[in-house]
Design a protein around this ligand. Structure first.
Ligand SMILES: Cc1cc2nc3c(=O)[nH]c(=O)nc-3n(C[C@H](O)[C@H](O)[C@H](O)COP(=O)(O)OP(=O)(O)OC[C@H]3O[C@@H](n4cnc5c(N)ncnc54)[C@H](O)[C@@H]3O)c2cc1C
Length: 459
């Protein structure tokens, strides 16, 4: 029921990375997939440079969002020398970089979800667990330091050195230039599966028949609002009075605890954006900033006393991408698994949330004709097997977070932050256990991983 998109040409640098003396040589920057990015016939240029080997890590975690933080913590706590790379200047991914300031599906859990609930000041609003983004950034810094995770910010994991069925390490791009980091096991927690794609792993993206993914959203932060937390119709009516139609109709204001008048504003959604295409992302960011400014302006002019002193504090830092690559693993979770409440011997994460799929087609436009009906299913509590976190094509590459192996419906459920933390914990521990035993992750005893994971989570 899903289409397999093999990478026709190895992503970015992977295919041509070659070992040099005291460094890795990079070739062939500029190669792009064939659709919509310059086309199959796009000209290419070659960049040749030496990338010094700057570090060695047992476990190299690429991407410091909820899944990456969990993976790094569990790898380090299991005794592995762990390095966490993050492109932004802070950790947290969607928890901090996008403006989501609430935790879902974490309360009542053990493991890192419980630790965060205990240590992060969390406030109940609209039945949601709201936190301050700066509190989350500091807490994650502190937890990494306590566990002995080495953190390198401002660093994009750009490509890999693939040596047969394993990875030798990862090329990074940063203000320090091109560098290379050797690794025993690599964990892809980029959300987008950047590392797996660069390694030439098979992946799928978006709806089966047209590749469209869920919309992207840019958040704004506003100050000076004197009203109550609000959501939906009441806000939309003000915007409509000012002649503005928000691209995200259930406009929502999330209060920021301890900051009177400060709210996160969720009012945008952009459709048909490929989160792995930088030009799409640029367009969406610019449009998002325009729409948020427009909303604040209309609220101020038409919202009465509550709104007359409102102002925009900022947007972003980055647009939020809900869905991109789903990397093929050794097990592929499907909506049938969710429907039957699948259980596995190597079930490393129990998921209780339903499928949270935002409409892929713009609600203000007519959907394309002849769309196949989505399957009818109910999500029963189900498990994610460790095999969904192990790349099908590369032995020492694990995934965690939203880029693991499953169909679009499964992604809609396990993508929630409380859930990606669970897959991160499992990937981190599995990586450390494989290194401990001198084996590759596919050879791990899944049951043994589950047993040790359960002990760690309550411990
Ligand atoms: C707008 C929006 C609203 C959402 N609302 C909710 C909600 O209310 N509740 C909920 O539970 N979930 C929500 N989600 C879903 C959830 O936040 C994500 O699915 C979840 O954060 C995914 O976690 P992740 O660790 O896989 O990826 P991310 O959180 O995306 O983290 C990936 C990290 O990797 C970094 N990175 C990416 N590429 C590279 C690279 N090449 N090199 C180095 N670093 C890299 C990124 O900067 C980022 O820090 C929302 C998502 C979005 C986008």
């Amino acid at each position: 029921m899903t289409t397999k998109h093999e990478l026709t040409r190895r992503g970015f640098l992977a295919a041509s990375a070659a070992v040099g003396i005291g460094g890795y040589a990079l070739h062939a920057v500029g190669e792009e997939p064939s659709s919509g990015r310059g086309g199959a016939d796009a000209a290419t240029r070659t960049l040749r440079c030496e990338a010094p080997v700057v570090r060695k890590a047992d476990v190299l975690v690429c991407g410091g969002g909820p899944s990456g933080c969990a993976a790094a913590l569990y790898a380090a706590r299991s005794g592995a020398k762990t390095l966490l790379l993050e492109n932004m200047p802070f950790l947290g991914g969607v928890w901090t970089a996008v403006g989501i300031s609430h935790l879902i599906d974490g309360r009542g859990r053990d493991g890192l979800n419980a630790e965060i609930h205990q240590r992060l000041p969390v406030h109940q609003v609209f039945g949601r667990n709201i936190y301050l983004i700066e509190d989350m950034k500091s807490l994650l810094d502190q937890m990494m330091a306590e566990a002995g995770v080495e953190v390198q910010l401002h660093t994009r994991a750009a490509s890999v050195a693939r040596e047969g069925s394993r990875l030798g390490g990862v090329f990074t791009v940063s203000k320090s230039g091109f560098e290379f980091i050797e690794a025993g096991v690599v964990i892809d927690t980029t959300g987008d599966g950047d590392i797996a794609a660069a390694a030439g792993c098979a992946f799928e993206q978006g709806r089966e028949f047209d590749g469209r993914t869920q919309p992207v959203t840019l958040f704004g932060t506003i100050g000076g609002y004197r009203g109550q937390p609000a959501k939906g119709r009441a806000l939309v009516e003000i915007l409509e009075r000012g002649g503005w139609r928000p691209s995200y109709p259930p406009v929502t204001l999330f209060p920021q605890p301890g900051q009177p008048g400060v709210f996160q504003l969720m009012a945008t959604q952009f459709y048909g954006i490929d989160g792995t295409n930088v030009r799409d992302l640029s367009r969406a960011e610019i449009l998002g900033r325009y729409e948020i400014r427009k909303c604040v302006e209309v609220f101020r002019q038409h919202g009465g006393d509550d709104w007359k002193d409102a102002f925009l504090i900022g947007t972003g830092p980055t647009i939020g991408v809900r869905e991109t690559r789903r990397i093929r693993g050794r097990y592929y979770l499907t909506w049938e698994d969710l429907n039957r409440g699948a259980r596995f011997e190597d079930g490393v994460a129990e998921i209780r949330s339903g499928s949270n799929i935002h409409p892929v087609d713009d609600p203000y436009e007519s959907p394309p004709e002849g769309l196949p009906a989505p399957p009818q299913f109910r999500v029963q509590p189900y498990e994610i097997p460790l095999r969904s976190l192990i790349a099908a094509d590369v032995d020492n590459l694990l995934m965690a977070g939203r880029c693991i192996s499953g169909d679009v419906y499964a992604l809609g459920s396990y993508r929630l932050t409380g859930n990606v933390v669970r897959t991160g914990e499992a990937a981190g521990l599995a990586a450390a256990m494989a290194l401990e035993s001198g084996i590759q992750p596919p050879a791990l005893d899944g049951k043994a991983v589950v047993e040790r994971l359960n002990r760690m989570r309550v411990g």
